[in-house]
Design a binder for this molecule. Structure first.
Ligand code: IMP
Length: 426
């Protein structure tokens, strides 16, 4: 049995959906272990494009798919997503999709609060996806959240909601929003309550089922640099996005994870606010945005683009125990004459090999770059390393050297077949 985690090593949008999809045939089960419907995974199969936010990518391949205990679940968004996939011809049945009973719910009040607080922050906003992720995790830590299992009993549900709304209504009053009643939330949940429960399983039952699988893939969402503990705080998401979270959010234990593959884009992007030392606010940044189609799947916002940052990635690799990498979107760089890689930061004349957590230093960062000659040849659709120009191979080799890991997959286009597989991971 080899269970692997797939995590993004930058600020999300590294192309995890495609890589998970490429590998999922070899795995019996795919598990989401953190985040919620703030994620956006686009998967192309033949002529069909599937967009996933909350559902594990394995659902496209009819694999046993789990929304684990560490995920926050907006049931209305979940069923909208399921409906879209069903309209595309997929069948999503409780035999194939299990949701942990101790996962916490995202309710309409969470989305309201996310948006109200962001609006209050003005210039200092985080640039969240506005989906209620942060407020839902806050309620979990504050022990006020409603868990899916609370829907099983009307009395418990009302008690939990009364407790939760006491807190939310205090905040809502001070933000000038209407008071919300228990009845309102109950009526929002009523149309989906039974259906949601039909997919819900005790987390220990999920553990047993996953333990009986030959191999399991844990599918990360967002990226390691958005981790609430180690990311660019406070410009982060509200969950832990590193592979360590697998043990807490998947229904399985720390010993059940055997390898972590990190997904890396050949350049860097981020959505929302926060530091981005290698950001390019020039024509090359625009080129990357257009060529890489860098528009958020969830929010439709343009992504900020910049050079590959080996400083950040090396840190992410270490703290997520990444052993191997999958490099994506290499083809986006095909037309560039020169390509830069950031190999260090200079702050007040001192060289740093990591991003300092102290926010006041961020504006002083001067990236130290290495310049590499572009290959200026088409790599789209290459299926083996021998099809890649030598200069593209040099670029990959330099990234591997700087990051101290080897590539096992190189993605050369959005389609499943546009992939170089260097190692069998099953
Ligand atoms: P939240 O997760 O909606 O609270 O947003 C917090 C930060 O994480 C914002 O900068 C978002 O743009 C970013 N974020 C959340 N989910 C994703 C994702 O799946 N990809 C990229 N960025 C994300």
């Amino acid at each position: 049995m080899t269970n692997i985690a797939i995590v993004g090593l930058q600020w999300g949008d590294e192309g995890k959906g495609k890589i998970v999809d490429c590998l999922s045939d070899k795995f019996d089960a795919v598990v989401r272990f953190q985040g919620g419907h703030n994620a956006g995974h686009t998967i192309k199969v033949g002529d069909n494009t599937y967009k996933l936010s909350l559902l594990p990518s394995g659902i496209i391949r009819d694999k046993f798919s789990v929304i684990g205990s560490g995920v926050v679940v907006d049931p209305i968004a979940l069923f909208n997503e399921i409906k879209k996939l069903e309209d595309q011809g997929l069948k999503i049945l409780p035999e194939k999709l299990a949701i942990a009973d101790n996962a916490c719910l995202i309710l309409s009040i969470h989305q309201d609060l996310d948006q109200l607080l962001e609006a209050e922050k003005g210039e200092n906003k985080i640039g969240t996806t506005g989906r209620g992720i942060g407020p839902a995790y806050e309620d979990r830590a504050g022990r006020r959240a409603v868990r899916i299992c609370d829907l099983l009993d009307e009395k418990v549900l009302r008690e939990r909601l009364t407790n939760l709304l006491f807190y939310h209504n205090l905040l809502r009053k001070s933000l000038g929003a209407e008071i919300v009643t228990v009845e309102k939330i109950i009526s929002e949940l009523a149309p989906i309550r039974e259906r949601l429960l039909s997919f819900t399983r005790p987390s220990f039952e999920i553990y047993k089922k996953l333990s009986a699988c030959k191999n399991v893939m844990f599918e990360g969402a967002q990226g390691v640099l958005l981790d609430v503990t180690y990311g660019t705080f406070p410009f982060v998401t509200s969950s832990n996005t590193m592979s360590g979270q697998v043990a807490l959010g998947s229904c399985m234990g720390v010993g059940d994870l055997h390898n972590t593959i990190g997904i890396l884009k050949a350049y860097t992007t981020r959505v929302g606010s926060g530091p981005f030392p290698t950001e390019l606010n020039d024509e090359i940044g625009n080129f990357l945005r257009i060529e890489g189609k860098e528009v958020g799947t969830v929010t439709g916002r343009d992504r900020r683009c910049g050079w590959f940052d080996a400083v950040l990635v090396k840190q992410a690799i270490k703290i997520s125990s990444v052993k191997e990498i999958a490099l994506t979107k290499l083809d986006v760089l095909d037309k560039l004459e020169k390509i830069k890689i950031c190999v260090g930061y200079k702050i007040d004349g001192e060289v740093y090999e990591y991003l300092p957590q102290a926010n006041h230093l961020w504006s002083k960062i001067e990236p130290v770059y290495e310049e590499i000659e572009g290959w200026r040849e088409v790599t789209v659709g290459a299926k083996s390393v021998s099809e890649l120009p030598q200069k593209a191979r040099n670029y990959i080799a330099r990234i591997e050297e700087l990051c101290g890991v080897k590539s096992v997959i190189i993605s050369t286009g959005p389609k499943r077949e546009e992939t170089i597989i260097l190692k069998d991971l099953s």
